[in-house]
Ligand binder design. Structure first.
Ligand code: GCB
Length: 594
């Protein structure tokens, strides 16, 4: 469904607040009929992860199912409308009941889902919402599960993390984004797709709306520069093309957004309306460069996480505003939604602030010993849902369809099946969205002959020479990085992004010599990488790992947090923040024009 908004024809009841909560480690709730209501043992705030909120009730490391419930008044004026409940995200899997009826379910991480309540509620009365959420991972999911026994079987007992999870971030559980009760007209605008382009000084904007309505309807589409068209709805679709003369293109310096207003007209009256914004811009890969509106752009920024004390991965608007302020202060122009789709509110904010986003799918460490047809199907399903959700954001300039596949099961990853997997996925991404390039973040272990490099538009690499390898030896590390960039470029003359490089750093630790974990070493490490990358003819960007320290599962390599942030978890700057700020205050210019 379209991102919920309230206007003259649509309304929202925000169900954020403190919900009744009950963990269900044995899965007994289903048989006991908790779908219709249960006796809560705890309370948990929504949106938010349950882990740190309920740490004192031994739920910090809880992996399993949990039930949420609350009652909501259905306003009288919702009568006659289509009423939907939309969950921004409830991770990793979830099911939704209203008054005991199953309304919808979802198994895709960090993506919204919704269900229609029609017939199950009475406007003017209360309805009981029950949501079951589980943070248990699945083996065929695109971030595959791992269990304690797997570490033993694979003879990697020192890699074991608690709670068991493959990725290097905490497996938070809960309803982590808003739950919204929405009323929309029965005849309504169901979806809107925007496509933009450039023709000289003019901006081209194509608006395609999908409409659910009886015959004879028309759609009036108005753009805030005064252009407007009324077009018929044919076969459930209405299309309008605009040419905006003297267009203000959406750019880093001037992220201008045009308001686009749609009104569905039937029998002489307006029955529904929807407003969204359009940033007219073009992103393109040509030769070794990435172009925004025809100008070569160099990305400077970060890999991030949605992570903060107590909130966990829960949407945190003050933190969002703060982080964008810090990125602006640093002179960063971009970030990657590592390692899952971020909240839509964050993408909206990036649209307004003129920040470029690499939108990443929730695929981490895909293991080709496990990957099969079902995995590919899950990957394609995720892609469809993520593109459908994020397609209209001008800030989203690239799809990263996976992070570090082949980290495990390296031999299988290099095989034939992997080639056809990445070809299939990259082709499908371009089929669903021909307007944005596609990439895969490659892991150091796979190095230069990664099967995915053949099929992506932009080659992306994550590297840790000078940290995991060659610790405290930055000269060796810089040479190694240089050689690898040269080798990749010799084989694949494509733009290259270095999407991760970083060093764990304990704020307050100092040394006069190169010493791991000190603020000086992190600053020197990041500068050494930038020196090499910025000079490389194929490089189109540096994304430092990470913007801020973040929580991980427990293992001997992490002191509660991954400390590679240039800001602490509570956003105090480390020395590297100042050094990068100085560097990024000088605009980047390419030495050649390719
Ligand atoms: C990586 C992963 C990231 C980790 C990082 C690290 O390559 O993509 O999720 O957090 O390394 O710090 O080890």
């Amino acid at each position: 469904m379209l991102f919920p908004k309230s206007n003259a024809h649509r309304d929202i009841v925000d169900c954020s607040g403190v919900w009744g909560f009950r963990p269900d480690p044995e899965g007994m709730g289903f048989e006991a009929g908790w779908q219709a209501g249960f006796d809560p043992t705890h309370e948990c705030a929504v949106p938010g992860s349950w882990n740190e909120q309920l740490q004192e009730y031994e739920l910090m490391n809880y992996v399993g199912g949990a039930w949420y419930q609350r009652e909501v008044h259905i306003p009288c004026h919702f009568s006659g409308k289509q009423v939907l409940l939309r969950i921004g995200s409830a991770d990793f899997q979830s099911k939704l009941w209203v008054n005991g009826r199953l309304i919808a379910e979802n198994d895709l991480l960090c993506l919204p889902y919704d269900g229609a309540l029609d017939g199950h509620i009475a406007p003017g009365e209360k309805a009981r919402i029950v949501i079951w959420v589980s943070n248990e991972q699945q083996y065929q999911s695109i971030t595959p599960a791992v269990a304690i026994d797997d570490y033993i079987r694979e003879q990697r007992i020192r890699d074991e993390q608690f709670p068991a999870t493959r990725p290097d971030f905490f497996p938070y559980g809960g309803i982590q984004r808003p739950v919204l009760l929405c009323a929309i007209p029965q005849s309504h605008i169901a979806d809107v797709s925007l496509r933009t382009g450039i023709d000289g000084d003019a901006g081209l904007l194509t608006v395609t709306a999908q409409v659910e309505c009886c015959a004879g309807a028309q759609l009036r589409i108005a753009v805030s520069n005064g252009l407007a068209q009324t077009v018929p709805v044919v076969g459930g679709f209405a299309v309008a093309e605009f040419r905006i003369e003297g267009c203000r293109f959406w750019s880093l310096k001037d992220p201008h957004l045009y308001d686009v207003s749609l009104a569905l007209e039937l029998d002489g009256g307006t029955v529904d309306s929807y407003q969204l914004h359009a940033g007219v811009r073009e992103i393109e890969v040509r030769g070794r460069r990435l172009y925004l509106n025809g100008e070569a752009v160099f990305l400077r920024g970060f890999g991030k996480h949605e992570d903060f004390p107590v909130h966990g991965r829960g949407l945190n608007l003050p933190l969002m505003v703060k982080d964008f302020g810090l990125m602006q202060w640093m002179g960063a122009n971009s970030f990657r939604t590592s390692h899952y789709p971020y909240a839509e509110e964050i993408l909206d904010y990036a649209d307004r602030k003129g920040v470029l986003v690499i939108s990443e799918l929730a695929s981490v460490n895909l293991d080709f010993r496990l990957a099969d047809e079902e995995t590919l199907l899950n990957h394609r399903r995720t892609l469809e849902r993520q593109i459908a959700r994020d397609k209209n954001h001008p800030s989203v300039v690239m799809w990263s369809v996976a992070n570090e596949p082949g980290y495990l099961g390296e031999q299988e990853y290099r095989g034939k099946a992997s080639h056809s997997y990445w070809k299939n996925l990259c082709d499908y991404t371009r089929e669903l969205d021909p307007s944005r390039p596609v990439t895969v973040a490659n892991v150091g272990r796979i190095s230069t002959d990664d099967p995915s490099f053949h099929y992506v538009d932009v080659v992306s690499i994550n590297r840790y020479y000078g940290w995991y390898d060659m610790p405290a030896q930055l000269d060796r590390a810089a040479l190694r990085l240089q050689r690898e960039l040269d080798d990749i470029a010799a084989e694949h003359d494509k733009p290259i992004l270095v999407l991760e490089f970083g060093a764990d750093t304990l704020a307050g630790a100092h040394s006069t010599t190169d010493q791991l974990f000190t603020e000086e070493y992190q600053a020197k490490f990041l500068e050494a990488y930038c020196d090499v990358i910025e000079k490389h003819p194929n490089a189109v960007g540096t994304h430092v790992w990470n913007f801020a320290d973040f929580r991980t599962a427990q293992n001997h390599r992490r002191v509660i947090l991954n400390l590679k942030g240039v800001f602490t978890r509570t956003r105090e700057p480390k020395l590297a923040a100042f050094r990068l700020r100085d560097r990024w205050s000088v605009p980047f210019s390419y030495s050649d024009d390719v």
